[in-house]
Design a protein around this ligand. Structure first.
Ligand code: PMP
Ligand code: GLN
Length: 471
């Protein structure tokens, strides 16, 4: 304020000394200059934000809203959560008035308790609700807290591509250095459909990414956007490298219930590898992240969690108690009640964790048939609720879509498709580091956690497109 006032006084003196015309001109340029001086005298943006100001979800959600579209872009269900979860939320809002107040910093006690008992069985661990559990604002909150707590200036974090885009900026904001390693598609035989299981890590390449500076590796299974469900052998490879190199594993398992074709989701924290009795096992070095948004088809609730050993969790508690402190109590109460219900129905046909993947497998298969009709070649996902399709045929037929010269083809294609075909998808290159984007600029991602009517509307648009292609 004092600085601004001083500049303003000198400007007034100067204007008083010159003639009317000069005064007008000088006034305009001085006010420009003054404005610049006031806004630019200090660097406003913290350095940790350099290069991360752009966000694809903000960009494509905005674009989708500007056109009349069928939205298969951002991943959220357009159908309601199950009745029991809706009732649990209503109960939380209209029941005990104390649920309007603060609760414990690291989680509403009934929620940390049920998370501990539910996941304790799945991970084969004795989980203490007060030492091994943290409730966060969605899985985003869990990831952010983990990166802030564990990644230090100059630490390297191994990220497997394609990756949920926020892993890179979160590493950077913590001062870390992302190190990328890509899943590579193995070529399919003529006419055979590609599958996410064909996308694999090269063990030698993965091993070469570990250095003495590697602090953590981030894993995402089932993977967004590919839908890959990592096999036991693949997880054992990652786990053995983490153990040999003394690296922390952050595993994002938000789609753990969304697995198809009889596949099984395996949590890396549950693997018991005995490389050497003296080395901490996978539970001791892993943070397992989940999301009620994905689990109960309620992405707006923004309740997530982290489970892990006390040695790691205590640092996440430090970040959380000094930033968010605690998450909304009512949403946590609703998640607690919903998980208690699921625990009673576990593995039975009445379980939502059984019903949801069955329903999503049907929508996946419908979408696969539908996209093929216009020459988009699907990569069959084993899990998650995303389907990526190969657009290479379009790339060769219409290479000159509008857009900046250096803009990856898939981004230009999606923008063209939104504007001209009324269909929203997400370009897959956003899930790659910049240097690798040019190798993966011929896939787009559709989300199939959608109501039947949305998929029919998509199919209608695709059939019109097909008719155009034939004409
Ligand atoms: N991880 C992955 C892989 C995701 O796709 C998402 C998007 N929902 C998140 C984390 C964030 O989840 P939440 O909405 O619970 O913050
Ligand atoms: N996880 C969701 C997706 O991949 C949404 C992410 C977001 O909107 N930021 O589509």
């Amino acid at each position: 304020m004092a600085l601004g006032g001083m500049f303003r006084n000198s400007a007034a003196i100067y204007l008083h000394l010159v003639g009317p015309l000069q005064r007008k001109k000088a006034g305009a340029s001085l006010s420009r200059c003054l404005h610049q001086t006031l806004t630019m005298s200090k660097r406003l943006q913290a350095r940790r934000l350099d290069g991360i100001d752009h966000n694809p979800w903000v960009e494509f959600t905005k674009l989708a809203s500007e056109y009349d579209t069928v939205n298969l872009g951002q991943g959220f269900p357009d159908f309601p959560p199950p009745d029991f979860a809706m009732e649990a939320f209503q109960h939380a809002v209209s029941g005990d008035f104390m649920l309007n107040q603060y609760t414990k910093a690291f989680g509403y006690p009934p929620l940390t308790k049920i998370l501990a008992s539910f996941f304790g069985k799945l991970l084969g661990q004795e989980i203490d609700p007060l030492k091994n559990v943290l409730v966060t604002v969605g899985a985003y909150g869990a990831l952010f807290t983990a990166f802030q707590a564990l990644v230090d200036e100059g630490d390297e974090v191994i990220i497997i591509e394609p990756f949920f885009d926020c892993y890179e900026p979160m590493t950077l904001m913590a001062g870390g250095r992302p190190v990328f390693v890509s899943l590579k598609p193995t070529p399919t035989k003529n006419g055979e459909l590609d599958s996410s299981s064909n996308w694999q890590l090269d063990p030698m390449e993965l091993a070469s990414k570990f250095t003495p500076r590697t602090k953590a590796l981030i894993l995402n299974t089932p993977n967004n956007p590919l839908g890959k469900v990592f096999s036991k052998a693949e997880l054992e490879l990652v786990a053995s490298l983490c153990q040999q190199q003394d690296v922390i594993c952050i595993t994002d398992e938000v789609y753990q219930w969304l697995v198809f074709d009889g596949q099984q989701h395996i949590s890396i924290a549950a693997l018991s590898l005995a490389l050497a009795a003296s080395l901490p096992g996978m539970w001791e070095r892993t943070l397992t992240i989940g999301s009620a948004g994905k689990t109960f088809s309620a992405t707006g609730w923004k309740v997530g969690w982290v489970l892990g050993p006390e040695s790691l969790m205590k640092h996440l508690y430090t970040v959380h108690q000094n930033s968010v402190y605690h998450c909304p109590t009512q949403a946590q109460a609703a998640v607690a009640q919903s998980l208690e219900r699921e625990q009673l129905h576990f593995g039975q046909p009445s379980s939502y964790f059984v019903q949801l993947p069955q329903a999503m497998q049907r929508t996946r298969d419908y979408m696969i048939r539908s996209v093929q009709s216009v020459g988009l070649r699907p990569v069959i996902p084993q899990g998650s609720y995303f389907l990526i399709t190969d657009i290479s045929d379009f790339k060769s037929k219409m290479p000159d879509l509008p857009g900046a010269v250096d803009e990856p083809y898939d981004r230009r294609f999606v923008k063209w498709m939104i504007k001209n075909k009324g269909l929203v998808a997400i370009p897959v290159s956003i899930f790659y580091s910049v240097p690798h984007q040019k190798h993966f600029d011929h896939y787009i991602r559709f989300c199939f956690v959608k109501d039947e009517s949305t998929l029919q509307a998509m199919d209608k648009k695709l059939q019109e497109w097909k008719d155009e292609l034939r004409a």
